[in-house]
Design a binder for this molecule. Structure first.
Ligand code: PXP
Length: 237
């Protein structure tokens, strides 16, 4: 069974909407762990739009399961990772203007920059995963850099416009996954996974980690809304 890494970025997104102290992603990480999460994932973006430096520091002290630190292959963020030493760093592409991570990391086009970052992280004892599209050439280039895992981008599958297109994307993920496993890379997947579309992805042979964020936080708002309102009504009453 694949492990579940719960991405708590969007708990911080709600907090940052008011620049206040709640909801605290550290609390969310504790609850996620109590509920059975196998890992906690956060993305410290260069623009700090959701997760803040303080969050990562406190999470490093409190998270008992694997802390997966998503990051751009940039020196300033690598410095923070090396200081904190999370269990795993996942290198992702990052553009300031994007709404979320769009497309996988181009390991071939950025080989030297990615290699330098991977080496620095590995020298600090951090396992490195690369977030890439389901493309054999990107998988081969990742293997060349000596990383232990690749996370295949499931956004194309999640956003497919028809059932046929979604099946094609699932096939691409399955065959790219088999290629990664043949090269002895751990197989992770994530992005855009929801309660409706996760099952076929969880069944991909040998997928060992799924990272899921937005859909879990979105559902938490809905399943928790009624209780939150009843509690406020009770106080007012
Ligand atoms: N995996 C990676 C590498 C990501 O960048 C993200 C988004 O931060 C996710 C998984 C989670 O995606 P989502 O929030 O759509 O579940």
């Amino acid at each position: 069974m694949a492990k579940l890494g719960v991405n708590i970025d969007h708990v911080a997104t709600i907090r940052q909407a008011r620049r206040t102290i709640e909801p605290d992603p550290v609390w969310a990480a504790v609850i996620a762990e109590l509920a059975g999460a196998d890992g906690i994932t956060v993305h410290l973006r260069e623009d700090r739009r959701h997760i803040q430096d303080r969050d990562v520091r406190v999470l490093k002290e409190t998270v008992q399961v694997k802390l997966n630190f998503e990051m751009a292959a940039e020196d300033s963020i690598a410095d923070i990772a090396i200081e904190l030493r999370p269990g795993q760093a996942t290198l992702v592409p990052e553009k300031r203007e994007e709404v979320t991570t769009e497309g996988g990391l181009d390991v071939i086009g950025n080989r030297d920059r990615v290699r330098r970052c991977v080496e620095r992280l590995q020298d600090a004892g951090i396992e490195v995963s690369l977030f890439i599209d389901p493309d054999e050439r990107q998988i081969d280039a990742s293997k060349d850099l000596g990383v232990s895992a690749v996370e295949l981008h499931t956004g194309g599958y999640a956003d497919a416009a028809s059932e046929a297109a979604q099946l094609r994307e699932l096939f691409a993920l399955t065959s790219a996954g088999a290629h990664a496993r043949k090269l002895d890379l751990l197989l992770h997947m994530g992005h855009g996974l929801t309660y409706r579309n996760v099952v076929p992805i969880a069944r991909v042979p040998e997928v060992s980690e799924l990272n899921i964020g937005h859909s879990i936080v979105a559902r938490a708002v809905m399943v928790g809304f009624e209780r939150a309102i009843r509690e406020m009504k009770a106080l007012i009453g």
